[in-house]
Ligand binder design. Structure first.
Ligand SMILES: [Fe+2]
Length: 262
């Protein structure tokens, strides 16, 4: 296994491993790299849908997304640039924080990728927390925030009462590494618990901007066969839709169950 960091703030590539054949010792090593680097890229994989599911299941149960999964594999959603899907994820977020128990990681497998563009950007929220002043950190450690799917998709915009929502601590302690990370995002965080929306806006706007400063970020340019996993407990991501509609982008997504943020 050869491990190469992909950017200063976060991320590593692991080469020389076929994830279908990883034994228990190799899996433990992969997990250590994942916890250390937060985003892992496994290039040149050759996975069926069942292989993708089997590898992710080594970490726990899968979480189904509210959008329709694939007909034969309901745990997998197929992201593609055909039709209306293109703009859905054009925002910084951690996946599904509007759930009481959001997934600990998301794992994407690239089946068709554009030659230029279509990157995924990541931002390290441990760094985001650590670079705040001691004064603001101590305020945030006592705050919780509301997360909602109300702005996520057309079905919830039509009927926002039905959108799932949850309250989470603004600073989340990682349940495995025990590092503290900022845990708010522009896509889903609506206000601080017990605060008005307008009252929340100024501080949230600052945090949304701070959380994605360029020096916290890494970008991944997709190749066919890339398997990528990122830690939703400490990473925000953004799918950059700057690729041409003439080239297909087709990526399979699933996510693994986490713990209640604390
Ligand atoms: Fe996402």
């Amino acid at each position: 296994m050869k491990v190469t960091r992909i950017a200063a703030p976060l991320g590593a590539r692991i080469e020389g491993i076929d994830v279908r054949k990883a034994n228990e010792v190799e899996w433990l090593e992969i997990n250590q790299h994942f916890l250390a680097h937060q985003v892992i890229v496994f290039p040149n994989q050759n996975l069926t849908e069942s292989d993708h599911i089997a590898f992710a299941r080594r970490w726990g149960e899968l979480v189904r997304h509210p959008y329709a999964g694939m007909k034969d594999f309901p745990d997998i959603i197929e992201l593609q640039n055909a039709g209306k899907q293109k703009d859905i994820n054009q925002h910084w977020h951690s996946d599904m924080t509007y759930n009481k128990v959001p997934p600990k990681f998301t794992m994407l497998y690239a089946r068709e990728t554009p030659s230029i563009g279509g990157d995924t950007a990541f931002s390290n929220q441990i760094l985001a927390f650590n670079t705040l002043s001691e004064g603001l950190r101590s305020v945030l450690l006592n705050l919780k925030a509301e997360h909602t799917a109300a702005n996520l998709a057309t079905q919830y915009r039509k009927d926002s009462e039905k959108a799932p929502n949850a309250v989470h601590p603004v600073i989340r302690e990682h349940d495995e590494t025990h590092e503290k990370a900022l845990f708010v995002c522009r896509a889903f965080t609506s206000r601080f618990q017990g605060w008005g929306v307008k009252e929340s806006q100024a501080l949230l706007s600052f945090l949304f901007e701070h959380s994605v400063r360029p020096e916290f970020q890494a970008r991944h340019h997709w190749q066919n066969g890339d398997l990528v996993m990122w830690d939703n407990r400490s990473v925000l991501h953004f799918a950059v839709h700057d690729h041409s509609d003439d080239e297909p982008r087709r990526i399979h997504r699933l996510q693994v169950e986490g713990t209640v943020p604390a």
